[in-house]
Design a protein around this ligand. Structure first.
Ligand SMILES: Nc1nc2c(ncn2[C@@H]2O[C@H](COP(=O)(O)OP(=O)(O)OP(=O)(O)O)[C@@H](O)[C@H]2O)c(=O)[nH]1
Ligand SMILES: [Zn+2]
Length: 352
């Protein structure tokens, strides 16, 4: 059990779903997924596992499949694949909206796919070059807040600020102005500036998820934290995106500090999923305003007694903040309308 404890498993935490685990099964954590093959860590170390037939049979939705970071119950087999029989309750999760290969405008049903589970912190990463985008950071923040993990904003490539004529403090302040409860930490994986400030999160048995666009420096930060190369980093070629490094499978990496990092391809193309809660926290002052409108069905366009319009007119509410709110609401509503439980096809069950 010792090994699993180091992977963040708290003994007894999940026994509420059973008085004791059924005989023959032991807890494990999913650390890697290659299509239908799972790598899990259990008291016997790292072993391969696949889904038990009974598990697959009970699957109702895409989100019922194991994700990286999940704690699961397995039947251990020391001379072949162990079998995953159950996923233990998730304390945090990120889901990806799966458009099943359709263009956004044409999808009939969006499926929820969990891409990471049971993490403590979410590093929202954005680089300090011309790609810096406050909107995007706020959007990730919305998702992170409702995931169950604690968000931290990491501004990468701080060494580029001078060259790119970027005022680092102004960027930090801009984020703080919209989210004063969030830590904002500028770092450079090259000069190692700011890396020390991350040690407060690098405690044993904690799990961190990296969230950020391709090229923000996730792999480089991982290597800087691991103090060795665990991920290959390739140069960005401005006019040719081919040949770039992309993580093709999903994994949880153990750092020498005993902290775990989840960086999966799914995290890079995350769409909003059930973001209402996060939007509520990120835009609570706007929702307070809306509650003060004279009419409960106010569209905040021309109505008399509209608290939003008067706050916009007085400058109490900035236009850009209002537009961010509307954009996130629109996306969230779109996703909600499309989501409905659907029986999975055989092919889908296989794919996971
Ligand atoms: N100047 C500077 N460049 C950096 C830094 N960190 C990463 N880079 C560069 O940014 C590019 C992308 O870095 P990666 O670490 O591969 O970024 P990533 O987010 O893992 O990218 P994907 O794997 O495509 O998602 C590489 O050319 C790195 O050398 C940094 O701290 N400073
Ligand atoms: Zn109104």
């Amino acid at each position: 059990m010792k090994i699993l404890k180091e992977y963040g498993y708290i003994q007894g935490e999940n026994t509420h779903i059973y008085d004791t685990f059924p005989t023959g099964v032991i807890p494990a954590r999913v650390v890697e997924i290659h299509r239908n093959l799972y790598k899990v860590v259990c008291e016997h170390g790292e072993v391969n596992a696949s889904l038990k037939g009974a598990f697959v049979h009970e699957v109702k939705e895409r989100s019922d499949f194991p994700a990286v970071g999940d704690f699961v119950l397995i039947t251990y087999n020391d001379c072949g694949n162990s079998g995953i029989v159950k996923i233990l309750p998730r304390k945090s999760k990120f889901s990806r909206t799966d458009f099943s290969g359709h263009a956004v405008g044409y999808v009939k049903t969006i499926l929820e796919q969990v891409v990471a589970a049971n993490f403590d912190y979410v590093y929202i990463m954005s680089s300090l070059n011309q790609d810096f985008n406050l909107n995007r950071i706020m959007r990730y923040l919305t998702q992170a807040r409702q995931s169950g993990g604690k968000p931290v904003v990491i501004l990468t490539k701080a060494d580029l600020c001078d060259e790119e004529k970027i005022d680092l403090q102004a960027q930090v302040n801009a984020i703080k102005a919209l989210a004063d409860d969030i830590d904002v930490i500028p770092v450079s994986s090259y000069t190692k500036v700011g890396i020390d400030q991350l040690t407060q999160y690098l405690t044993p048995r904690k799990t961190i998820v990296f969230l950020g666009m391709s090229g923000v420096g996730k792999s480089s930060l991982l290597n800087a934290l691991a103090k060795e190369t665990v991920m290959t980093v390739k140069d960005i070629r401005a006019d040719d995106a081919r040949g770039r490094h992309t993580t093709t499978h999903r994994q949880l990496i153990m750092l020498p500090t005993g902290t775990m990092i989840i960086d999966t391809p799914g995290m890079r193309e995350l769409g909003l999923w059930d973001a209402e809660e996060g939007i509520h926290m990120a835009f609570s002052e706007i929702e307070d305003l809306i509650n003060m409108c004279r009419f409960s069905n106010c569209h905040h366009k021309t109505e008399p007694g509209c608290a939003v319009l008067s706050a916009l007119a007085s400058g109490d509410l900035s236009k850009s903040h209002w537009h961010d709110y509307l954009a996130q609401k629109r996306e969230s509503t779109f996703v909600k309308q499309k989501v409905k439980p659907k029986k999975l096809s055989k092919k889908m069950r296989k794919r996971g």
